[in-house]
Write a protein that binds this ligand. Structure first.
Ligand SMILES: Cc1cc2nc3c(=O)[nH]c(=O)nc-3n(C[C@H](O)[C@H](O)[C@H](O)COP(=O)(O)OP(=O)(O)OC[C@H]3O[C@@H](n4cnc5c(N)ncnc54)[C@H](O)[C@@H]3O)c2cc1C
Length: 462
């Protein structure tokens, strides 16, 4: 549209925003994108990427211990937190530059600035104190850790953002929350040698995942030495004269730790952005309401990614971005597909999962077959590590369609990616049975569980 400065202006330079800006610019559209902090967004700067690097770092003590059974003598190992943080910083700076360059390389213009909506076609760039106009506007501002202002002493707590950059590795930490971020950080800190307690108000960590995975991960984490308190919340946090923290949890138990990390959910970034003034509809928690094509109630304003609180994962934000570009700029209305999303929890052991849990399947289908195997993976035989792996398939007894696949154990996330394909394609248990095993692998179990472990008919296990 010649009358506007840009065909598209994107607010937020994270996973979704950068992809949309790059794709639209590559189509020859005039694109601007504003990022208030660092290009790459949550995933690259303080989410998936640094998290996975820290997971790798935290796994070395087990590798060193396991090496003995394979004949290796590993000299006394030592760990330097500052080296890890500095190397992580170098890597994310490299990625940040690539993200920015990719937009610019496609012909988009990047702005290092917070952006606000002034009216449906006008964006104010606070950093540059200038105003730009655009035909289409995309909001991709992501989310941030939910604070806990009702908790006395909450000002002493940290969130995932700060956990990546602590000046010193704590001796002891309490992490509150039972979602994947809390669980992953509990394993990271424990692996790095920190005395770790996970406090969760629910009955079992990782709600919404298959119960078998949840229980077995809980048991394995405890066996490693992570303390897990379920049905518990922190009641207050107090700074001690020695600088450490006392955290009082349900029942009066006092935990003395060096850091308390809250991972109790995330909130969409929609505050102080002029959205109310323009009349954009939002949910009670501030997430932007969108239709199936990611369009808000204002015709030329769209929203994708975590800010819409649909599925908060990087590949989902990227997929929504591509669908948005198809819809808005290629005349090909495309609704993002949120069904059967494979995902991982980078706990130790890892979870890989796709499709329905057993409990969800029972609610939707009257005849369910469960194929389930627990075994010690080969790599733990010589090492002597007392850790089991779990594989589970949830199958519709009537059609034999595989509804869910759930794995706990080494490389489960990698397996979940590949299992996403047959489940998305709607393949049946017979297709799994016809597939030749790859031997010797742990994954071969997925195609060699020929007989159901049990069935669930009309909610009754038979
Ligand atoms: C600790 C942690 C671990 C995670 N691990 C995984 C994982 O393993 N796998 C996975 O798939 N997902 C993971 N996620 C989730 C993933 O990071 C998000 O789903 C993804 O980043 C969402 O992308 P987005 O584009 O919606 O938002 P974001 O990536 O959050 O980007 C939004 C950007 O907008 C900017 N912004 C906000 N307001 C403004 C404004 N007014 N003006 C200008 N800029 C603004 C922000 O600074 C930010 O850079 C993790 C998240 C966290 C916190």
């Amino acid at each position: 549209m010649a009358g506007y400065d840009y065909d598209l202006f994107v607010i937020g330079g994270g996973s979704g925003g950068v992809r949309a800006a790059r794709m639209a610019a590559a189509l020859g559209k005039r694109v601007g994108i504003a990022e208030e902090y660092r290009f790459g967004g949550t995933c690259v700067i303080r989410g998936c990427v640094p998290k996975k690097l820290y997971v790798y770092a935290s796994q070395f003590p087990e590798h060193f211990a396991d090496a003995a059974g394979y004949g290796w003598t590993v000299p006394q190992a030592s760990f330097d937190w500052q080296t890890l943080v500095a190397n992580k910083d170098r890597e994310i700076s490299r990625l940040e530059a690539i993200y920015r360059k990719n937009v610019q390389g496609a012909g988009g213009e990047t702005f290092q600035s917070r952006a606000m909506l002034v009216d449906p076609h006008v964006v104010h760039l606070l950093g540059d104190d200038r105003t730009v106009t655009a035909d289409q506007i995309l909001i991709a501002t992501g989310g941030r850790p939910a604070p806990h202002p009702a908790l006395p002493g909450h000002e002493h707590c940290i969130f995932s953002n700060e956990a990546f950059d602590l000046k010193e590795l704590p001796n002891a930490i309490m992490i509150e929350g039972g979602g994947y971020i809390a669980v992953e950080f509990a394993n990271i800190f424990h692996g790095l040698g920190v005395d770790t307690t996970l406090v969760y108000r629910g009955k079992e960590i990782l709600s919404r995942f298959d119960m078998d995975l949840r229980r077995m991960l809980h048991e394995t984490m405890e066996k490693k030495g992570i303390k897990i308190l379920c049905h518990a919340v922190s009641e207050w946090i107090r700074k001690r004269p020695d600088g450490r923290l006392d955290a009082v949890v349900t029942g009066g138990k006092i935990l003395t730790v060096d850091q308390v990390m809250l991972a109790i959910g995330r909130l969409p970034n929609t505050e102080n952005m002029g959205l109310e003034g323009v009349g954009i509809e939002m949910t009670k928690t501030g997430a932007i309401n969108v239709d199936q094509y990611s369009r808000t109630n204002i015709d030329n304003i769209w929203a994708i990614g975590d800010v819409t609180n649909r599925v908060q994962l990087t590949p989902v934000a990227i997929h929504e971005a591509m669908c948005f570009v198809e819809t808005a700029f290629k005349g090909n209305p495309t609704a993002p597909d949120h069904d059967t999303i494979a995902t991982a929890v980078f706990s130790q052991p890892e979870i890989g999962t796709v499709g329905l849990s057993e409990d969800e399947a029972i609610k939707r289908f009257s005849d369910i077959e469960i194929y389930r195997a627990t075994f010690r993976p080969m790599r733990h035989t010589l090492s002597g590590r007392d850790e089991k792996m779990l594989m589970k398939l949830v199958v519709d007894g009537a059609s034999k369609k595989v509804l869910g696949a759930h794995i706990l154990g080494p490389d489960a996330g990698e397996m979940a990616q590949l299992l996403g394909i047959p489940l998305k394609a709607g393949l049946t248990k017979d297709d799994f049975d016809r597939t030749m095993a790859v031997h010797p692998t742990a994954a071969e179990e997925l195609v060699t569980m020929y007989k159901p472990t049990y069935r669930v008919k009309d909610g009754e296990r038979v």
